[in-house]
Design a protein around this ligand. Structure first.
Ligand SMILES: [Zn+2]
Length: 184
């Protein structure tokens, strides 16, 4: 079993996921409310993040961006840890929590060894999203309550309120490169 620097057996292990690419799995029981891992990586501005991934496809697995606030994005593609491999789910067992401009992944229920960890990415919608944006960010989490997309809110029409949108940006939203329209 892998150990962290302190020699304690680590809570998680990374292996191939049925949902998407690599996933992160519980290596031992994790209690509800436990802080599992910090989402680490290089801290860059939104403009830097956009420049970095402008030419890449939205489905590029190597893009791991997490919006911390209106100024900071964490690019886990640079100096990131295993947190970048945690997949999205519409019925997740974890949530992302922003504290002091740092991002943590916490358990929101008891998790058994071998269970895959996931949180709701709640990827923000942009005004200039292409019409097939939901397909681009299609969700295959397999949950009964799967909304079919990693985007939030679930439907375009649902985001009429500007205020709601602002709340989204400030919350724990993760997104991958948003430049698909330029590719076509
Ligand atoms: Zn889903």
């Amino acid at each position: 079993m892998a150990s962290d620097k302190a020699g304690k057996p680590s809570l998680t292990t990374v292996r191939r996921s049925q949902v998407h690419g690599s996933g992160v799995f519980a290596a031992r029981p994790i209690g509800k409310g436990a802080r599992i891992i910090e989402y680490t990586g290089e801290r860059v501005t939104h403009a830097q993040a956009d420049n970095r991934y402008e030419s890449k496809d939205a489905n590029d697995n190597h893009t791991f961006l997490f919006i911390v606030n209106s100024k900071i994005v964490i690019d886990a593609g640079v100096d990131g840890n295993d947190a970048r491999f945690i997949n999205h789910s519409c019925d997740p067992n974890c949530e992302s929590v922003i504290e002091g401009r740092r991002v943590f992944i916490d358990a929101i229920r008891d998790i058994a060894p071998g269970e895959e960890l996931a949180y709701d990415y709640q990827i923000q919608r942009d005004a200039d999203d292409p019409p097939d944006i939901d397909e681009i960010f299609a969700c295959r989490c397999g949950a009964e309550t799967c909304r079919g997309t990693m985007l939030w809110p679930a439907k375009r029409a649902a985001q009429k309120s500007k205020r709601q949108r602002t709340v989204r940006v400030d919350s724990a939203s993760k997104y991958r490169a948003r430049t698909v329209s330029a590719e076509r």
